[in-house]
Design a protein around this ligand. Structure first.
Ligand SMILES: Cc1ncc(COP(=O)(O)O)c(C=O)c1O
Length: 362
């Protein structure tokens, strides 16, 4: 097994101790409030991580695409929610095959127009599909915009022989723009809004919101009204979760990019061997792609494909050839850009894990 010093860079390092602590922590909060945890695997895309989430007590997994769900089957998952608008009857055979391999498969239904197409997908699959109705709670992406639209959609579903309404979900991704003090009042509004839709249609059905910024607050303040949460990035963390929204401390973040300083072309600037093909082009609102994880003032302020531009007060003290650990702005695309991650525990390399669902966008 390679040592940390001998790893080729850029390398994606997963700290197994922190990862398992983050998984256990979210599960503990959910269990304490009687709310199921159904993590979204879009962030980690790894069977090894899914196994740990399920072993800790997760009730099932959320996936964006059929390919992600198929890739997670070796984890032993028995309950899958595909939180995306399936609209291609050509995918019906894969959907039917997936349904055979689990106990509970649900897919999203996101509008009346979508329900008509999903009905055809279900008919082509030869099965009745269980569907979760998307309710928009502020992101402005998929989901019914108001109660009247939700009631119309419920009526349409009630007439379909192929679709059966099993609950309601939302993705409150707009919480990434909220400072800590605004999060609790907005969580209360979110719970009221989605539960009002559910209560008007069928009080016996579950409500499943999902976002790492809000998950713990939703579990704590939605107990008895909300049945599950579906966070994705919580077990890894990044600058958005630690610095921008403040929902996890920097020393809990479990994934970093190890990069090498490859040149110092002018005072105040260092170049590293990790660019947009490692960090992606995602950045924080103040245009930072990554920051040094050890607290030094070193920020990746610009990326080309294979170069990161590092600036900050500590830049001139860097040596060419020096390795620096960076915390990315947004972890999800970082994982999707790598075939495997290096797992460390107590500073030692202990394993390499494949990213099985990498690139599974279909
Ligand atoms: C439908 C849906 N559910 C859950 C999540 C998980 O959100 P987060 O990564 O903020 O935890 C996402 C993220 O994009 C999503 O699109």
């Amino acid at each position: 097994m390679a040592t940390l010093d001998s790893l080729a860079t850029p390398a994606i390092l997963v700290d197994r101790v922190r990862l398992e602590a983050n998984i256990a922590d979210m599960q503990r909060v959910c269990t304490a409030h009687g709310v199921e945890l159904r993590p979204h695997i879009k962030t980690h895309k790894m069977v090894e991580v899914a196994r740990r989430q399920l072993a800790a007590g997760a009730a099932g997994l959320t996936c964006a695409k059929l390919g992600e769900a198929e890739a997670m089957l070796p984890s032993g998952v028995r309950s899958i929610f595909i939180a995306h608008s399936l609209a291609d009857p050509g995918q019906a055979p894969r959907l039917a095959a997936l349904a055979e391999k689990v106990d509970d498969l649900r897919v999203a239904v996101t509008s009346e127009a979508h329900a008509l197409v999903l009905d055809k997908v279900a008919a082509a699959s030869g099965r009745r599909l269980d569907v979760m109705m998307a309710v928009d709670t502020g992101l402005g992406r998929e989901g019914v915009r108001d109660l009247a639209a939700a009631q119309r959609l419920a009526t349409t579903l009630g007439r379909s022989p192929h679709l059966r309404l099993r609950g309601f979900y939302t993705h409150e991704g707009n919480f990434y723009g909220l400072p800590r003090e605004q999060q609790l009042p907005r969580v209360r509004e979110l719970i009221d809004r989605i539960c009002a839709v559910r209560d008007a249609i069928d009080r016996t059905l579950p409500v499943w919101p999902g976002c790492s910024v809000s998950a713990k607050l939703v579990a704590e303040h939605g107990a008895g009204r909300v049945q599950a949460v579906r966070p994705g990035a919580y077990m890894f963390g990044d600058l958005f979760l630690s610095e921008i929204t403040g929902v996890m401390p920097a020393d809990a973040v479990a994934v970093h990019v190890l990069a090498t300083v490859v040149d110092k072309p002018e005072p105040g600037l260092a170049l590293i061997d990790a660019g947009s093909k490692t960090f992606s082009s995602d950045r924080t609102g103040d245009n930072i792609h990554a920051k040094a994880a050890d607290g030094r003032d070193l920020a990746v302020v610009r990326v080309n494909e294979e170069h990161g531009y590092v600036r900050g007060a500590a830049v001139d003290a860097l040596q060419v050839g020096e390795r620096v650990l960076f915390m990315p702005a947004h972890i999800c695309p970082v994982i999707n850009l790598t075939d495997e991650v290096t797992v460390i525990a107590n500073g030692q390399v202990v394993a390499t894990w494949r990213v099985e669902a990498r690139g599974k966008t279909r």
